[in-house]
Design a protein. Structure first.
Length: 516
């Protein structure tokens, strides 16, 4: 009897303690949640002090969008066996054209919605910043698609939002042959760019076939002319608005396609590795960024140093790297350095295995060539940045703007700067892991997707190009080969080799421009 009374008393004390703790935590969470919201607004206002990034993005046209302007008006035919929520037409001459997509009813992820208007313009808030929300609604649209063309070449479609419920995915094929077309609906209701509701649930990745005929294909009979293959003799292209007079690519902002295991630019040629290596003799080259840039650093070492053992463990994993690692390449009398800077500047968060240990500000002047890039961790919301959630777009803008005076100062010193875009992310459903942040909110551990990363890239490319900084579009190189990555994000082997070739070409373009 006594034991029973003791057990009841102990249980009562435990319940009271748990209730008290819960109430204290709720009050603490509310207080810190308000602080976090205020910090977000302050960050948004700070980003806008530098100018309107959306106007800048609107003025930037990617090579893919420039190519879209050359498309003619092609005859259209209905595509059969599509998802019942969409009507799809193919307008093409067989080698180039567009898929025109129109939502005609509810579908996966929003089956409870029956009104077409709410499907085409969901009323849920998307961001704490009205200008970000306006950009997403006007330029992206609520539905996200992915088109992949697999045949003699491998290319990806480029989708634009036409307004209402209509989209167009343009494509251009460069080799004669039959191409299978894989078209998928990835997200609905703006889930891919939702900055407002992301912290409560994992955005549902649908991966639903838009064209349900798995054998659907198109045949290209008269492809467009292409430039010479990489590392071959330069051939002046017939039309090369993005190449200089010699036919070499100006930087990495150009179209391309995968031909076998080689990435081949369209309308220009990549410089020979041996030629660029001669320019780098006696130079100090630095690469700043996260683990993705560490892979590029490794690839550059392999490309420039024939004595390097590709299977060795000389390059440490980023989790074991405190600040930096360097290698001297005897044949070129040059130094290649990687500097761990996942966010470019010191993190104000608690230490973690990926937290930034180096501030780029003190390092940039020390090197002859600087290569930088970041964005994976802000988009993912993982490692040390998960504590204050995924970055809203304007916070990324703020950090890039913070970099610009340093990059322009480097250019004034005749120390060239090259920007590497964020690589494509392999869509997969098993990333829906969650953690509780310091505010007690349940947040997804990793929330990268290609629409979010492309928005980062579009802004970064626009401001870099405006300020004379050469860009390597690593996203478009990796995008058609997403299936080759083992963890969804990091690329080795042939993909990294071809990204490295683009980086070397950009360094070579600097050498030609500055007369090194």
């Amino acid at each position: 009897m006594i034991n029973r009374r003791c057990a009841v008393a102990l249980l009562t004390v435990l319940i009271v303690f748990m209730l008290s703790t819960f109430l204290e935590f709720a009050a603490w969470s509310e207080q810190h949640g308000e602080t976090a919201a205020a910090a977000t607004v302050q960050s948004n206002e700070k980003a806008m002090e530098w100018g309107d990034p959306f106007t800048q993005m609107a003025q930037y046209e990617s090579p893919q969008h420039q190519a879209r302007k050359s498309l003619k008006t092609y005859p259209c035919t209905a595509v059969d066996n599509t998802h019942p929520a969409f009507r799809v037409q193919l307008c093409s001459d067989g080698c180039k054209g567009v898929f025109r997509i129109e939502r005609i009813g509810p579908g996966p992820g929003n089956g409870s919605l029956s009104d077409k208007g709410s499907l085409c313009a969901p009323v849920k808030p998307l961001s704490n910043h009205s200008t970000t929300e306006q950009w997403i609604r006007e330029h992206v649209g609520p539905d996200a698609f992915m088109f992949r063309f697999l045949g003699p070449d491998v290319v990806m479609g480029d989708t634009v939002f036409l307004g209402g419920c209509t989209y167009e995915t343009s494509f251009e094929l460069f080799s004669v042959g039959s191409y299978s077309v894989k078209a998928d609906l990835m997200y609905v209701d703006y889930d891919m760019l939702d900055e407002y509701n992301y912290h409560t649930v994992w955005p549902p990745l649908l991966y639903v076939p838009l064209i349900q005929d798995m054998k659907y294909s198109i045949t290209c009979k008269t492809p467009s002319p292409t430039a010479a293959a990489p590392d071959s003799a330069a051939q002046a292209p017939t039309s090369a608005p993005l190449a200089n007079s010699s036919g070499w690519c100006g930087d990495g902002l150009h179209r391309g396609r995968w031909l076998g295991e080689q990435w081949q630019p369209v309308d220009c040629n990549l410089r020979h590795t041996s030629r660029v290596a001669q320019c780098l003799k006696g130079k100090k080259v630095a690469i700043f960024g996260d683990s993705h840039l560490l892979r590029t650093f490794r690839g550059l070492r392999i490309a420039l140093d024939p004595t390097f053992d590709d299977n060795s463990t000389q390059i440490p994993a980023i989790r074991n790297l405190k600040t930096a690692t360097s290698f001297y390449i005897p044949g070129l009398n040059m130094t290649l350095t990687y500097i761990k800077a996942p966010f470019m500047f010191y993190s104000d968060l608690k230490e973690g295995k990926m937290c930034c240990e180096v501030d780029v500000e003190g390092f940039l002047p020390q090197y002859d060539f600087n290569v930088l890039g970041f964005g994976q961790h802000p988009a993912a919301g993982c490692c040390c940045c998960w504590q204050d959630g995924h970055w809203p777009f304007l916070r990324y803008v703020q950090y890039v703007h913070r970099l610009m005076p340093l990059l322009k100062d480097s250019l004034r010193r005749r120390k060239p700067v090259t920007w590497i875009g964020v690589t494509a992310w392999q869509p997969k459903k098993h990333n829906a892991k969650t953690r509780f942040n310091l505010n007690g909110e349940k947040k997804s551990l990793d929330w990268r997707n290609n629409y979010r990363l492309s928005m980062y890239n579009r802004f970064a490319y626009s401001i870099m190009q405006q300020n004379g900084i050469k860009v390597v579009d690593a996203f478009q190189v990796a995008y058609p080969m997403m299936h080759t990555t083992k963890d969804g994000a990091h690329y080795l082997g042939m993909v990294q080799k071809n990204i490295v070739h683009e980086v070397l070409n950009a360094l070579g373009a600097w050498c030609d421009e500055l007369g090194f």
